[in-house]
Design a protein around this ligand. Sequence first.
Ligand SMILES: Nc1ncnc2c1ncn2[C@@H]1O[C@H](COP(=O)(O)OP(=O)(O)O)[C@@H](O)[C@H]1O
Ligand SMILES: [Mg+2]
Length: 249
Amino acid sequence: MICREGIDVTLLNVQGITKAFGGLVAVHDFSLSMDPGQIVALIGPNGAGKTTAFNVISGFYRANSGTVSFNDQNITHLRPDQICKLGLTRTFQVVRPFRGISVLDNVMIGAYSRTNDARVARSKALETLEFLGMLPEAGRLASGLPIAGRKRLEIARALATEPQLLLLDETMAGLRPAETDEVIGMVRKIRERGTGILLVEHVMRVVMSLAERIIVLHHGEKLAEGTPDAIVQNPQVIDAYLGEAHVEG
Ligand SMILES: Nc1ncnc2c1ncn2[C@@H]1O[C@H](COP(=O)(O)OP(=O)(O)O)[C@@H](O)[C@H]1O
Ligand SMILES: [Mg+2]
């Protein structure tokens, strides 16, 4: 918690969420809390439940139990668009821009979450593209973008919704090291504006260079939580996850 004008505010407070698909419990009794402006990483093996946790937090899945609060408001039963309006936005692991329209038009779709006025949306989208150093790509068709461009577009679209908390799901997956560095720079800039970031990421170099705190999910449950230094030395974490080869994609 931090003190904002004398009031203690927790940006995100997830309490004991469980999500099952039939008999498969994908996330079990998972809790997490974040202060405004923090960068927290959620890591763990494939199938650990990371994306499911994102889907519950952002309102795409309804939890079987547990609560999610954002800025101390209970958002557990809200829809994704309502949650987005409150300032919590996520990206998707599988990016899916509208391919037949331009980068600018895609980012405007994000901006429309806060306005119905096309001029306002356009200027917000241009401002976002400029902030992220993507103005030269504004007129390109989304379908013509390479994977790194599509990933950056996904971040720009999300940022145009003006989030206080941004959930990034494997944004660096499939990128080359130089492209990864570019996205790391973007994430740092976004955080400098005061936006909190919760990221799911496999590339440990990224996690170590960005996260203030790491949460390890394993079989749907929290295995460990701590500073990056503590996490990489945690024998249970090494056993369950870090022992696997983590080569950069
Ligand atoms: N919509 C769904 N329907 C059924 N099973 C799902 C669904 N989404 C995820 N799962 C299952 O839940 C588990 C966790 O998946 P996921 O949250 O995608 O893991 P991660 O993102 O950590 O790789 C996996 O066993 C996966 O197959
Ligand atoms: Mg996933």
